[in-house]
Design a protein. Structure first.
Length: 360
C-alpha cells in the first residue's frame, strides 16, 4: 500500500501523469476514495508492530536484563539499514550537487549536520527525518522504549492495558490540541499499537469466520476513506485515521492468522512468495523511494511517452521496487543482520553463540 501510494514518483515527469500527488481536497474530487488513503499501510505496519512486540515481551522474563536485550535486539534490527539509506540520501544529494534532494537538505554544514545526527538517532523533530519514511521509525523507537519499561516494571502481560491507557491520554491531549515532543510523545498512533497488541492477545482464539473477519477489516478501511474524503465527522478528524486504521489492522491480522490456520495458505507457492516479500518489508520500506524516483527520472528523459507505456511503466516500477527489496534483503540485509547480531552477542556475553541461537 505504501509503495503504491508513493508510486507517483515513477511517472510524475511524464506528460500523461494520471497519479498526481495533490492535496487532500484535490484527490477527493478526482480519485476513487480507497486510492486516496493507501498510506494506511503505515497504520497496518503499526498494528503488526504492536502484535509482534506484545508477543516478544510476554515471552521475556520481567527484569532489567531482559528489557535491555529486547531493546538491543530492536536496535540491531532497525538501525543499520536505516543508517545506510539515510546516508545514501546525503550521498545522492552531494553527488547530484543538490538536484536529488529528497531529504530537503539546505547545503549548510551545521544545519544539515544537526539534522543528520537527529535523524540517525531517531530524535523527535518538527519535520521528517532526512530519510522521509523515518518518521514512522521515531514512533517505533518510542514504542520500543515503552515496551522496555513495561518489562522493567514487570508488566509484560499488561502491554495492551498500558497501550490502552496511553491511547486515552493521547486522545485527550489531541482533543485539547496539546503536542508534546512535536506530537511523538503520547501520539494517537498508540491506538494502532494497542489494536495490534490486542490482536495478539486474542489470536489464540481461532476466528470461526476468517474471511468475514478480513472483509470487516477492509470495510473499516473503506469507511475511513469515505469519511476522510467527505469530512463527514470533522470533530473527530484528528483520530479518524488512527481508530479506523487500528480496527483495519486488528481485523486484517486476526483474519489472516485464522485463515492460515484453516486453509494453510502459507504452505502454498503464493503464500511462500508473500512471506518472502513480508520478510523483506523493512528493506522495501526504506528502499522503494529511491527505486521509484530513479524510475521516474528514467522515463522523464523520453518525451511524448504514450499513456499505455506510462501505465505499464507505473506497474513495472512498483514490481521493480518489490523485486529489488527482496533481493537486497535476502542477499545483504538479513545475512548482515544475522552476522552483526552474532558479533554483538559474542562480545556482550560469554554465552556467545548459544545466546544468539535463542529465538527472537
Amino acid at each position: 500500500m505504501v509503495v503504491v501510494w508513493h508510486s507517483h514518483l515513477a511517472i510524475k515527469n511524464t506528460a500523461h501523469n494520471y497519479w498526481i500527488d495533490g492535496d487532500a481536497l484535490y484527490r477527493a474530487s478526482h480519485y476513487f476514495a480507497p486510492m486516496n488513503h493507501l498510506y494506511f499501510g503505515v497504520d497496518v505496519f503499526f498494528c503488526i508492530s504492536g502484535f509482534i512486540m506484545c508477543r516478544l515481551i510476554e515471552k521475556s522474563p520481567p527484569n532489567v536484563d531482559a528489557s535491555f536485550k529486547f531493546l538491543l535486539d530492536r536496535a540491531i534490527r532497525i538501525l543499520p539499514p536505516y543508517w545506510l539509506f539515510t546516508t545514501l540520501v546525503v550521498v545522492a544529494y552531494l553527488a547530484s550537487r543538490g538536484h536529488f534532494n529528497v531529504g530537503q537538505l539546505t547545503g549548510g554544514f551545521g544545519v544539515d549536520g544537526f539534522r543528520f545526527l537527529t535523524s540517525i538517532l531517531m530524535f523527535p523533530q518538527p519535520h521528517a527525518p532526512i530519510l522521509g519514511v523515518g518518521w514512522t521509525l521515531v514512533h517505533e523507537t518510542l514504542f520500543y522504549l515503552i515496551c522496555g519499561l513495561v518489562g522493567i516494571f514487570g508488566l509484560n502481560r499488561r502491554l495492551p492495558e498500558v497501550l490502552a491507557t496511553l491511547s486515552i491520554v493521547a486522545i485527550i491531549l489531541a482533543a485539547l490540541n496539546i503536542s508534546i515532543m512535536y506530537g511523538y510523545a503520547f501520539s494517537t498512533f498508540y491506538i494502532e499499537f494497542f489494536f495490534g497488541a490486542l490482536a495478539y492477545r486474542l489470536s489464540s482464539r481461532v476466528t470461526t469466520y476468517p474471511i468475514l473477519t478480513i472483509l470487516t477489516g477492509l470495510g473499516c478501511y473503506l469507511s475511513a476513506c469515505y469519511i476522510l474524503d467527505s469530512q463527514a465527522f470533522p470533530n473527530i478528524t484528528f483520530i479518524t485515521r488512527q481508530l479506523c486504521g487500528g480496527l483495519f489492522g486488528f481485523f486484517l491480522i486476526s483474519g489472516l492468522i485464522s485463515a492460515d490456520r484453516k486453509y494453510l495458505f502459507s504452505t502454498t507457492i503464493i503464500g511462500n512468495l508473500f512471506m518472502r516479500i513480508g520478510d523483506a518489508s523493512y528493506t522495501l520500506y526504506l528502499l522503494h523511494w529511491f527505486v521509484l524516483s530513479i524510475m521516474g527520472k528514467i522515463i522523464g528523459l523520453i518525451p511524448g511517452v504514450p499513456l499505455i507505456v506510462v501505465a505499464t511503466w507505473h506497474v513495472l516500477s512498483v514490481a521493480t521496487a518489490i523485486a529489488l527489496a527482496v533481493f537486497f534483503a535476502e542477499r545483504v540485509e538479513l545475512p548482515f543482520h544475522r552476522w552483526f547480531r552474532q558479533r554483538i552477542y559474542s562480545w556482550r556475553s560469554p554465552l556467545g553463540q548459544s545466546e544468539v541461537d535463542k529465538s527472537e
